[in-house]
Ligand binder design. Structure first.
Ligand code: BEZ
Length: 257
C-alpha cells in the first residue's frame, strides 16, 4: 500500500464509531482509557515474539529490557528462530472499542507508543466464540464476525527490533531488566497470566516457555517464587489484580508496549 493511502487509512479509522484497538502485549492487562467494550479473540498472519528492546518501560537506554512485538508470519518463516515451538496460526489478545467521542484523545495517547519503534497496521480481529466482555453500559450481544482492528507493531526495520534471541539468554535478560514501568519479569508473568485468562486456547508457547525458563533460573538462584501455580509471591502487585477501567488518559500512566 502506498504511504499516502496508509496515512489516509490511519486518519479515517474510527470515524464511524468503529475504532477497535488490538492488544497483544501489556494492553491485555492494562487497557486503554475510555474503552467501552473489551473482547478476547485473535488475529492471524503474525507471530508474537519477545524481540523488541524496551528503553522506556521495562528497561533503560543503557540497559534495554525486552517486550513483545508481532512479526509478519511470511517474514518470520525466513528467519532462524531459536524457539523450537512452531507458533499457532492465531495470535490471541484483546480488542478494545473506543467510542467516537474519545478517539482523538486516545489516538494522541496511543501515538506516544510509536516513538519507541512501533508502527500502525490494520488487520481483521476474530472475537472468541464465547466472550466475556467488560462494557459500559453492558452490551446485550455481540456477533462473532471479524472487525478491523488497529494494531501497533515493531517492524523489523525499527531500531528496537532485535530479531531471533537465544531463549535461555532471553529469559535471563528479562529477569535482570527493569525500567520506569517496573520489572521486566513482571511484564512476562503478567502477559502469560492474562493470555491464559482469555480463553481455553489462548496460551502462547513462546511466552509460557520463557516463563518456565525464567522460573527455573529463579528457583536455581533461590529467588522469586519459582512456583508452579503461576502466582508471583515476590511483591508483584499487578499479577492477579483484576482488570480495571480508567476514565481518562490523565488517570493512566503512560502506555507501555
Ligand atoms: C500491546 O499490545 O500491548 C501493545 C503493543 C505495541 C505497542 C503498544 C501496545
Amino acid at each position: 500500500m502506498a504511504e499516502s493511502e496508509h496515512q489516509r487509512q490511519i486518519e479515517e479509522f474510527g470515524k464511524d464509531d468503529d475504532f477497535w484497538l488490538f492488544g497483544y502485549g501489556s494492553l491485555i492487562w492494562k487497557p486503554p482509557p475510555h474503552f467501552d467494550q473489551r473482547i478476547p479473540g485473535y488475529i492471524e498472519g503474525y507471530v508474537r515474539r519477545f524481540w523488541q528492546a524496551s528503553e522506556d518501560h521495562r528497561g533503560t537506554p543503557s540497559a534495554p529490557g525486552r517486550v513483545v512485538t508481532l512479526i509478519d508470519r511470511a517474514h518470520w518463516e525466513t528467519l532462524a528462530d531459536h524457539d523450537s515451538h512452531t507458533p499457532t496460526e492465531r495470535v490471541w489478545g484483546a480488542a478494545y472499542h473506543i467510542p467516537a467521542r474519545h478517539v482523538a484523545e486516545v489516538r494522541e495517547y496511543l501515538d506516544i507508543r510509536e516513538i519507541n519503534g512501533y508502527s500502525i497496521q490494520f488487520t481483521p480481529f476474530h472475537p472468541a466464540p464465547f466472550t466475556t466482555q467488560i462494557t459500559s453500559p453492558p452490551a446485550t450481544s455481540h456477533g462473532a464476525s471479524p472487525v478491523t482492528c488497529l494494531v501497533y507493531i515493531g517492524l523489523p526495520e525499527n531500531p528496537q527490533f532485535l530479531g531471533p534471541q537465544d531463549t535461555d539468554e532471553l529469559a535471563a535478560h528479562i529477569l535482570r531488566s527493569r525500567g520506569p514501568s517496573g520489572e521486566n519479569r513482571e511484564y512476562l508473568f503478567n502477559l502469560e497470566k492474562s493470555l491464559l485468562e482469555l480463553s481455553a486456547e489462548s496460551g502462547d508457547r513462546h511466552i509460557s516457555d520463557l516463563v518456565r525458563r525464567a522460573r527455573a533460573i529463579e528457583r536455581e538462584r533461590g529467588d522469586g517464587s519459582g512456583g508452579e501455580d503461576g502466582d508471583d509471591h515476590r511483591g508483584d502487585r499487578r499479577v492477579g489484580v483484576p482488570l480495571h477501567k480508567v476514565g481518562s488518559t490523565e488517570e493512566q500512566e503512560e502506555v507501555e508496549r
